[in-house]
Design a protein around this ligand. Sequence first.
Ligand SMILES: Cc1cc2nc3c(=O)[nH]c(=O)nc-3n(C[C@H](O)[C@H](O)[C@H](O)COP(=O)(O)OP(=O)(O)OC[C@H]3O[C@@H](n4cnc5c(N)ncnc54)[C@H](O)[C@@H]3O)c2cc1C
Length: 465
Amino acid sequence: MRDISCRLLVIGAGPGGYVCAIRAGQLGIDTVVVEAKKLGGTCLNVGCIPSKALIHAADEYARVAHFASGDSPHGISLTAPRFDLGRTMQWKDGVVGRLTGGVSALLKKANVKIVEGWARFLDGKTVDVETEIGTQVIRAEQVVIATGSNPVELPALPFGGPVISSTEALALTAVPRRLVVVGAGYIGLELGTAFAKMGAAVSVIEALPRILPQYDAELTRPVAERLRALGITVLTGAKAKELTAAKDGLVVERSDNEAVTIEADRILVAVGRRPATDGWDLEAIDLDMDGPFIDVDDRCRTSMRGVYAIGDVTGEPMLAHRASAQGEMVAEIVAGKRRAWDRVCIPAICFTDPEVVVAGLTPEAARAANIEIVTDAFPFRANGRAMTLVSDAGFIRMVARADDHLLLGIQGVGAGISELSAAFSLAIEMGARLEDVAGTIFAHPTLSEGMLEAALKTLGQPIHI
Ligand SMILES: Cc1cc2nc3c(=O)[nH]c(=O)nc-3n(C[C@H](O)[C@H](O)[C@H](O)COP(=O)(O)OP(=O)(O)OC[C@H]3O[C@@H](n4cnc5c(N)ncnc54)[C@H](O)[C@@H]3O)c2cc1C
């Protein structure tokens, strides 16, 4: 097989790598992308997209099941609906297929060469790739490592049998009767909630004292209330110990140190993700590390000249849109443009019920950084649109600098609030002040009016409360 020489080699075609490769190709850079599994990476194949598809299907089913219970405030009733997870998975796979096919077409349109196989470093500018037809050597002037991340395995609960990761959970074709979720981070809660809505009896085990421990208690309270209403058992301060001998349950050490057994058909371990740094001879290039992650500077440059790293392999927040933004930046740097990481805000969303959005600094984080702030929140129970949607739990909260009211953060929790994340980020990224938001006309009746009211309330001038 003839060696390939190129100007830019991208290893991994997740949202970091494929965006980098497309932009590089558009900029006229001779680019090769290597992908061992499927174009689109974790995000399109076993992450963001399939999980949101499943959450949507579960929401739809829960809605009609609620109508069937005869308890609908809208006056809608119907007879018992049925849920066919196998069919849902086929539909989800169709959505994934359309998106990954789109990535392939976009890469080709940008004249990017795609090599399928597992890449290993020979030196900082050379890899060999195990392809189906033999070993392909690729030499590049510059290399981007975009190998992503993998689910963390618990030593006492290795994946296999009833113990599954999010990847297997997103491929189940039957709803487990009893599901235990280990880890109450966003992935565990999103999937746990979806399966509960599909009819599974769900228990969530979390070692820390509360769910979604990376967010403040105020933001996560409505989610905890909804989990209770859905009949999900949440054990916080509890540790998953081991499978029962018959592999039909999980032994858990509760916060009072008592060991209990929770019967389960499936145990979803969602305790985090670790950077994918194994199996591609990272040792051959001996890069500086930042803990388990590849250390990068504000241009995503590693400690080796001409070698960049982007996305989950470079650390938190491990989010698709951060990976893509880094990828786009690196492509432009390789093309000779002056770029550096200057983003103020990387929004994060939990697609729980209700959804949680965190953009910029929370009050806690701002105070920890010794910034004097003003902060206040507007509840959706005072928002007309939320009432018409029969989901008025939650609020929007503003965090601004006390002296000049520059917005430092906007957070919220509420049904459908994920779509407001763009407005939150835009305001922060553009350096808006509370007065700028308060001086903007928000269309009525929308949930986004909560953003206007939150700004007004933080200024001490609320209208609707
Ligand atoms: C269930 C779940 C839900 C999620 N939901 C969201 C969400 O709602 N929003 C959000 O922003 N993020 C979400 N994420 C996280 C998101 O998927 C990741 O942050 C994102 O995919 C990271 O992109 P990446 O390009 O860094 O890596 P990845 O998407 O992990 O892609 C890396 C690619 O590199 C390939 N690769 C690795 N090593 C090699 C090698 N040696 N040779 C060739 N190819 C290689 C892999 O096969 C993989 O395809 C979710 C994740 C999961 C698991």
